[in-house]
Ligand binder design. Structure first.
Ligand code: IMP
Length: 179
C-alpha cells in the first residue's frame, strides 16, 4: 500500500485492533467500577480508537474531546496550556486521557504535569500504541493496546501528512525516519 512516496505494510488488521480495544475497555471498566471518570480523547489521531473504546465502557462516562495546542500562549489561571478545548473542571476528577500513540512520551508527560496542578483526583493514560525504543520513554501509559517496533504507522485514525486516517487497518513503513 502506498501513501504519497512511502510504501506501507500491514501491522494489525481492523479485527485485532477492535478486539484489543475492547479488552482495554474491559480492564478500565473493572478498575474504575463505581467511579465516573472523565475521558479526554486527544484529537486528531485518537478519534477512531476513542469511538471504539468509549462504546464498550459501562461507567456512565463523561467524554470531552481535546487537542494539543500547537503553541503555548499566555497562561490564564486554571487553564491547561498544552491542551485546548477543555470546558470541564478537573477538580477532584478521575481523568483518563486517550491517545493514539505514545512515542517519546514527552507530549503526554507535559499534559499530565499540567493536570496535576488543577487538582485532579487521578490521571491515567490509555494509548492504543506504544513505541518500543532503545531509550526509556519519558512516560509509559498504564493502559497500552499494543507495543510496536519503532516504525512510522498510519491508519485507524493516525495519519501521514494528513492522509491515511480513514484506513481500517494499521500500516507501518520502514522508510520514514521520524514521527
Ligand atoms: P511523543 O511526544 O514523542 O510521544 O509523540 C506523540 C505524538 O506524535 C502522537 O500523538 C502522534 O501525533 C505523533 N506520532 C508519533 N509517532 C507517530 C506515528 O508513527 N504515526 C503517526 N503519528 C505519530
Amino acid at each position: 500500500m502506498k501513501i504519497k512516496e512511502l510504501e506501507f505494510k500491514k501491522l494489525f488488521a481492523e479485527k485485532e485492533l477492535l478486539k484489543r480495544t475492547q479488552s482495554l475497555a474491559k480492564e478500565i471498566n473493572k478498575d474504575y467500577k463505581g467511579k465516573q471518570p472523565l475521558f479526554l480523547p486527544v484529537l486528531n489521531g485518537s478519534f477512531i480508537f476513542a469511538a471504539d473504546l468509549i462504546r464498550d465502557l459501562k461507567l456512565d462516562p463523561k467524554v470531552s474531546f481535546v487537542k494539543h495546542a500547537s503553541y503555548t500562549g499566555t497562561a490564564s489561571g486554571g487553564q491547561l496550556k498544552s491542551l485546548i478545548g477543555l470546558q470541564e473542571s478537573l477538580f477532584n476528577q478521575d481523568v483518563i486521557i486517550l491517545e493514539d500513540i505514545v512515542d517519546t512520551g514527552l507530549t503526554v508527560q507535559k499534559v499530565i504535569e499540567e493536570m496535576a496542578t488543577l487538582g485532579t483526583r487521578s490521571v491515567e493514560v490509555a494509548a492504543l500504541l506504544f513505541k518500543k525504543k532503545t531509550t526509556p520513554p519519558a512516560y509509559k501509559p498504564k493502559y497500552i493496546g499494543f507495543e510496536i517496533p519503532d516504525h512510522f504507522v498510519v491508519g485507524y485514525g493516525l495519519d501521514y501528512d494528513g492522509y491515511g486516517r480513514h484506513l481500517r487497518d494499521l500500516w507501518y513503513t520502514e522508510e520514514h525516519s521520524g514521527a
